[in-house]
Design a protein around this ligand. Structure first.
Ligand SMILES: [Zn+2]
Length: 252
């Protein structure tokens, strides 16, 4: 029943939407490992881990679309150990691996930030921070940081960590998915009363207490679960392909 697309068509569609040439990133965006030239079935996921690759192959996918690919700045280029095992599994099943990191965070309709915000009832009316990756907008349904953190718990189905700030009423909320704790000061400068991201490091707890702006750490994986499947579903609809999202649980 499902139809088929050329890999090159999928690649062109992804690059047209995500514009990877506009970003300074930590690794190559786009086709990271070349597999079959014809695409019928996309598996989307957060990370190209061995568990994800094996689950996608078992499900009959021929093409993988992820946020965290295999290759990052600082690697020494050797295909040994865990990296060899992942590449071996991809090649053994003739799988394409598409990975988009910052371009997938930033894309305003299908991206991680857009979809994470939507999940929480938030819509951005402005962007901030390095490469405009931060999203900010009205606080929507959330009157204070405690309500926002409770809402994030419910929306994500997991616990979150709240450093409450000064307990003020929320007018503006900022967010950036994943490991964006370093964007907290830019979020404060952009006028946020609360900031949500995936992770927290030691300095942000002090900053929240000293500036009064609440910080909510919702999980790196948990906040980045929404972009890849939204984008893959869009492609599947456009080209008549099969798609499934495979979520390999990650406590981080
Ligand atoms: Zn990430």
């Amino acid at each position: 029943m499902a139809t088929m697309a050329e890999r090159t068509e999928i690649e062109r569609a992804l690059n047209t939407l995500l514009r990877p040439e506009l970003f300074r990133d930590y690794g190559p965006n786009g086709l990271q490992v070349e597999g079959t030239s014809q695409v019928r079935h996309i598996a989307s996921g957060v990370t190209a881990s061995l568990a994800f690759i094996e689950a996608a192959a078992a499900a009959g996918a021929d093409t993988l679309l992820v946020h965290h690919g295999l290759f990052w700045r600082g690697q020494d280029g050797r295909l040994t150990g865990w990296l060899r095992a992942r590449v071996k599994a991809l090649l053994a099943h003739d799988l394409n691996l598409f990975a988009y990191h910052l371009p997938l965070d930033a894309e305003p309709e299908f991206g991680n930030n857009a979809r994470f915000g939507r999940r929480l009832g938030l819509a951005a009316d402005t962007r901030f921070g390095e490469q405009d990756l931060g999203f900010a907008g009205p606080a929507g349904p959330w009157r204070d940081a405690k309500a926002l953190a409770d809402g994030a718990r419910a929306a994500l189905g997991r616990d979150v960590l709240l450093v409450p700030g000064d307990g003020r009423a929320l007018a503006r909320v900022a967010w950036c998915t994943g490991g964006a704790q370093g964007y907290f000061e830019a979020a404060i400068a952009a006028g946020a009363d609360a900031f949500l991201t995936g992770e927290i490091s030691e300095p942000q707890a002090h900053l929240a207490r000293e500036t009064g702006v609440a910080f909510v750490a919702c999980g790196h994986h948990a906040t980045e679960r929404f972009g890849a499947p939204a984008l893959a579903a869009h492609l599947a609809g456009r080209f008549g392909l099969e798609h499934r999202f495979i979520d390999v649980d990650n406590p981080a």
